[in-house]
Every structure is written in C-alpha cells, then in structure tokens.
Ligand binder design. Structure first.
Ligand code: BES
Ligand code: MN
Ligand code: ZN
Length: 524
C-alpha cells in the first residue's frame, strides 16, 4: 500500500511532531516570605482579604501588598493577575497576585478559573521556575490531594502552546517561555498520597497535551496513518498491545459502514485498537474515538465557512489516545481498550452517494441519506467490534453533531447513556473536574426519526433533536453492554482568535478511569 503522506510531502511532518515541554512539579513546605524563587504566586480575594500566603508576604513587606491592592490595579474577575517586582521583605524576585473573586463565592469553579489565570500568566513570564501558593485555600471542603491534583493539571495545561510549525525567532524566544519547573507550596509536609495526586494531575495534563497536539495538527499531517503511528508510538512507550486493522481487514470484519466514509480518500481507513492490561484480566473499559481526520461532508459537501475547523473532527480519537497516554503513564490497575476509527471524509468519483445502502458489521443495514452524518457510520462498527471484549462498559467520544453545539454551546458536552449508574458517574466526573457534561435523553420515541424505506435505518434524523437522534442511532449498536456517548462537537475545540483544541473531555475521562482504578482489586 502506498503511503499517501510520503508521496506528497509538505515539508513540516517531522517538525510538527514536537510538543512544547510541560513543567515538572514538586511539593514543598517552604515559607512564602523566605523562599528564594524567581516567581511566587499567591492568591487574594476581590474584597481585599488575603490568603495565608499573601498575609505572610504582606507582613514581611510591612503592608505593601494591601497598599498595592487598595490602589485597585488588580482587575476584577476571578483569575485576573497582577505582577509585582521587588516586594520588600520577600525573597522572591517577583510576586504574581491572583484574584480569587469573592470569598463567599469561592468554590470549585472559581478555584479552576484562578489556577487557569495563574497558569496563563506564568506562560508569559520569563522565569524558569515558579512557586505557587494556591493549594492552601479552602474549596468547598475538597481535600488537599484534590486541590493539588487539579492545580498540577490546570497550571500545566494553561501553559500549553502549539507553536511547532512556526519558525523560531532569531533570539530563540519562540520556545523558551514558560516555567520549566513549578513547586506547589503547602503549609504542611508532603506525603506519598499528596505526591500521587500531583503526579496524577501532571499526567492528565500530559495526556491533554497529546490530545491537543493531535487536534491542532493540520489535516495534511494528522491523517489516518498518523493516528495509527501515534498509537504504535504509545505501544512502544508503555508496552500496550497495538493492532492496526487495514482497509482490507476491515472489509473482512464486515465494517462496510465505517469503510463507506473513507472510500474517496487517498488516505486509507485504519481501525486502531490499543490495549492496556493492568487489571489482571477482568472485563475491560473500552474507549472509542471518532477519528475523522478531515470532514468535508463528502458528496453532501459542507459550506466553506470555517471549514478548516473540520480538522478537529478527530478530537474524539485524540481524546482516546490522550487517555491511553495517561493510563500508561500512571500504570493504572485496569484493563482499558482504546479504539479509534480513523477515516477521512472526502468527495470523489468513488465516494458514497446519498441514498447508498451499506451493511454494518452488526448486520443491520443503513441508508446513507447524508454523507455528512459520517461519524455515526464509523462509530457503529466500532461499537459492534467492542462486543468481543465483553466490556465492563463502553464510552464513545465524538465530535458528532452541530446540533449538540446548538443545544449546549461550547461549555458543555452532551452525555448519553443506556445505563443509569454509568451516566451518573460520568456526569459527576464532569462536575468534579470542571470538564462538564449534561445528560441528554435516549428515549425510544426518537428512534422513529431514523426510519428508512430502504434499509433497517437511515443515518439521518432530520433537524429536530439532531444530537439526540445521532445518539439514538449509536444506541442500536450498543445494546449488549453498559454504554455512554459524549458528544464533544462544541467542547473539543474553540474557534476565533484563540483557535485550538481544548483537550476536552480528557479531564472527565481520566477522572472516571482514576476512580475505577482506586476501586480496582488489582490495585497494588
Ligand atoms: N463533524 C460534524 C459535526 C460537527 C459540527 C463537529 C460542528 C464540530 C462542529 C458531523 O460529522 C456533521 O457533519 N454532522 C452533521 C449531521 C447532519 C448532517 C445530520 C451536522 O451536525 O450538521
Ligand atoms: Mn460530517
Ligand atoms: Zn464529522
């Protein structure tokens, strides 16, 4: 088989594989006033109340912090920051104040926002190392380990940059900003449990960075072969078993629904399976990702506006690979199978036409009324394939419908489940990480919208409840195990000036995996 990427070089392939390094983390119980550090980060509330760390600095500087705050230079709003130089009495070269908002209003979401603001500011400051005194605040009764884990994750993630394809500036500044190591300051001694929380947070950020890199890579680089190569690289790094089913293997398996999407692309479809065996052979958790590396809509061609955003149509797959990276990094005591259906949806002389009928791996036939409703055509065969693992549960992740963006916007993922407790567990994982998802219905009445005159179902449910009918389509293939579906069309990437992949829903999924790991009898 010819490698279409190699046949048409773009000149950026190798360069694009680099990612911006994430900071290393450590814990310390050093005092904020006497600590020698290029940068110290401390929190203050919007009414002028100081956190313990800020109080220590204020006392050492004989009231300098309160005096500065009285002048009102710290912008209102949680997460805004103010950089101070040469604070008298402090051993830190710079002090970064972070607005925590109103003390009475301070809860999980403000904690996340404050950390994100601090992390963004850290990325702009030229300091190799920073010390952060933000985890010693009270957050709705959340334990210190929880605060440490989320601090490490968010501080690292906020500093994420994707600048690999840009030329380095002459002075080398392009890649050098952002701290290389961050110390989280505690008012008590670190313990092994707190170290674990820190390592977990950093691992989640690393998985998110992989997810974001894959999303941000252009469609001419991140094609089905590239996703397969990434899976192989994960296999080499963590010892995962990796299987790549080629187009011909997919045909032998009967995956004619998935194959129908990639027919007109020069990049052949790949069906990717990555296995982590850490749970002692119990029923695995299966994660399935939509890996449409570019979605033109096919013959039902999409309009041109913002079409470049359709390179993000593989963010479900990127999330699965990012989650597998975390599983490998933390050697979680679970069996986890990651599945990616990698295809490119192109128009062409060999493309699927509206009205074509295909047989899925399950045997059910599908009338393809719109070739732009392709994600479900790929996922349905992956859902059938997943049956062979006799899974504990299956979660699919997909940038599935524009209708989900209309329903929930860009803040919230759509969450569907055929199993009440799995749905509730995932909902809680979203709430606890700030990577929120909202439960949506799968009621049978919606199934009528998928009726076809020429096959067992059509792939199109019409305009009303478009996200629900897409999920209902998937439900027809997921009847044999507890299953949940995350529609991340609105949350996986952002457009506009800050255009880029967000790394969602990796925080939610990794929280789910960590909870299952903590419950696992295989836990060492
Ligand atoms: N990849 C899109 C969904 C999407 C839209 C993701 C916007 C991110 C942002 C999906 O394949 C698609 O095209 N869905 C169609 C389905 C329709 C034809 C039933 C849609 O949402 O319009
Ligand atoms: Mn589409
Ligand atoms: Zn799509």
């Amino acid at each position: 088989m010819t490698d279409a990427t190699a046949a048409r070089p773009t000149g950026v392939e190798t360069e694009l594989r680099q990612t911006h390094p994430l900071p290393r983390f450590s814990l310390s119980d050093a005092s904020p006033a006497t600590l020698r550090t290029p940068l110290l980060v401390a929190g203050v509330y919007s009414d002028g109340t100081l956190t313990a760390a800020a109080q220590t600095l204020d006392a050492a500087s004989r009231g300098r912090l309160s005096a500065v705050l009285k002048r009102g230079d710290l912008e209102p709003g949680v997460g805004s920051t103010l950089l101070l130089y040469d604070v008298p009495g402090a051993s830190a070269q710079r002090v970064l104040l972070v607005n925590l908002g109103a003390p009475r209003d301070f809860h999980e979401h403000s904690f996340f926002k404050a950390l994100y603001g601090a992390g963004k500011a850290l990325g702009r400051i030229r300091a190799d190392e920073g010390s952060i005194a933000l985890v010693d605040v009270e957050v709705s009764g959340r334990p210190l380990a929880w605060r440490i884990m989320h601090a490490a994750r968010i501080l690292a993630d906020a500093g994420y940059r994707f600048d690999a394809p840009k030329q380095a500036k002459d002075d080398g500044t392009q890649r050098s900003r952002g701290a290389r190591s961050l110390t989280l300051l505690l008012s008590s001694k670190a313990t092994p449990g707190l170290e674990t929380a820190m390592r977990r947070g950093a691992a989640v950020a690393a998985g998110m960075a992989l997810t974001r890199d894959l999303g941000n890579l252009p469609g001419n680089v991140c094609n089905p072969e590239y996703l397969a190569e990434t899976a192989r690289a994960l296999g080499r790094t963590y010892g995962f078993e990796v299987e790549i089913h080629e187009r011909e293997d997919m045909a032998k398996l009967g995956m004619f629904s998935a194959l129908s999407v990639g027919r007109a692309s020069d990049h052949p479809c790949k069906f990717i399976v990555v296995k982590h065996e850490g749970g002692g052979g119990r029923a695995p958790i299966v994660l399935i990702g939509k890996g449409v590396t570019f979605d033109t809509g096919g013959v039902s061609l999409k309009p041109g506006d913002d079409l470049d955003m359709m390179k993000y149509d593989m963010c479900g797959a990127a999330g699965v690979l990012g989650a597998m990276d975390i599983v490998g990094r933390l050697e979680l005591p679970l069996d986890v199978v990651g599945i990616v259906g990698a295809v490119e949806n192109m128009p062409g002389g060999n493309a699927t036409r509206p009205g074509d009928v295909v047989r899925s791996m399950s045997g059910q036939t599908i009338e393809i009324l719109n070739t732009d409703a392709e994600g479900r055509l790929v996922l349905c065969d992956a859902l059938t394939y997943a049956e062979r693992f006799e899974p504990e549960c299956v979660i699919d992740i997909a940038t599935l419908t524009g209708a989900c963006v209309i329903a929930l916007g860009t803040q919230t993922s759509g969450l569907y489940a055929n199993d009440e407790s799995l749905g509730e567990e995932l909902f809680q994982c979203g709430m606890d990480t700030g990577d929120r998802a909202w439960r949506m219905p799968l009621w049978d009445e919606y199934q009528e919208q998928l009726r076809s005159n020429f096959a067992d179902m059509s792939n199109l449910g019409g305009r009303p409840a478009g996200s629900v009918t897409a999920a209902c389509f998937l439900a027809r293939f997921a009847g044999n195990y507890p299953w949940a579906h995350l529609d991340i069309a609105g949350t996986a990437s952002v457009g506009g000036d800050a255009k880029g992949a967000t790394g969602r829903p990796v925080p939610l999924i990794s929280e789910f995996l960590l909870r299952r790991a903590d419950r696992s009898p295989a836990r060492s």
